[in-house]
Design a protein around this ligand. Sequence first.
Ligand code: NIG
Ligand code: FE
Length: 405
Amino acid sequence: MPDWDLLITDARIATMRADAAGYGVVDNAALAIANGKIAWLGPAAEQPVESAGEIRSVAGRWLTPALIDCHTHLVFGGDRAPEFEQRLSGVSYEQIAKDGGGILSTVRATREAEIDTLYDPAFRRIREMAANGVATIEIKSGYGLDVANELKMLGVAQNLGGAAGLSIKSTLLAAHALPPEYAGHPNRYIDLIIDEILPEVVERELADAVDAYCETIAFDAPQIAKLFRAATESGMRVKLHADQLSDGGGAELAARFNALSADHLEYTSTTGVRAMADAGTTAVLLPGAFLTLNETQKPPVDALRNHAVPIALATDCNPGTSPLCSLPYAMALGSRLFGLTPEECLAGTTREAAKALGLFEDRGTLEVGKRADIAIWNVNHPRDLAYWMGTNPLDTLLVAGLAVS
Ligand code: NIG
Ligand code: FE
């Protein structure tokens, strides 16, 4: 039995370790993998003499942690291209939602869809994500909005990962919109989530966290607080769609429940940022939705930096506000629209995204003992990942040491 399964040589490594400067670069490097984990990495000159089952030169290519997409809604029925056209002719997202379109039109299509009809296009999207260097994907429910259809979505999400060789974290987002059968009765719907949907999901271990949409067109803070209390009591971590279209105190609410992340944050105040810093809640920024909705109010990036809140970046892949499957393209948008540095963009899709999913101990940086989730790139420097727009420089994606893309 060799000591290592795979030894990668002639590499340049951006470890993205938090305790290293910048990208945490190791030049003229090698990296060894054993049992799906990183067994050694460092300058080739310091490499211990061990036996390796396979030795592969990457001819000077760059290695980074595999990317992590920590906020997606990639399982859904139908699409919203007609609504996209409507918005381009001047109708707002809120108006479309109030008229029964928006999220609710995807709810209708998702409820009608058979499992295969949901699965096949989602599988294509997930393969596209892997082809762009993503090894871990968070997938939310939220287009079913009743027991059977939320379970159906989460079941599809769970099956997708295994089939694609990727790692999936699934999130119960039953509090995404008020289903039509509960029109005028949001509190009763929150009770349905607490009394029926959440217990089923917990019992079947179908989700890793609970999310909600805190917004004037969705649910208010007291309704979400009630749900979060129940979620926390059943042992689930929470996260929140917060302050996307208005400041509804979402960041503060998320912090109050020690949320893993608060996401969007365009209208978050400095008080909200401070609360997130105190709670250790990660900020997840979603430039694809910002761009698609033609937003002008940017998330408070300087305040997040000043308060040392971890900043993650994700695609928000969904049919309404962010039909985007490429996380490198989200990096390109994050730098241009929000002023994030290319280094922050890469940290945001690796180390900080791992924190947003509670996975930092296991992945998100290249360090001995972490899972060998590694992206190998044809770039001159890791900054190129945010610099280029719409190209795909991935050479190879390793998940737990095995090539999947
Ligand atoms: O993250 N903001 C709410 N949820 C999604 C949009 C979902 C949809 O429009 O279908 C988002 O942008
Ligand atoms: Fe979202």
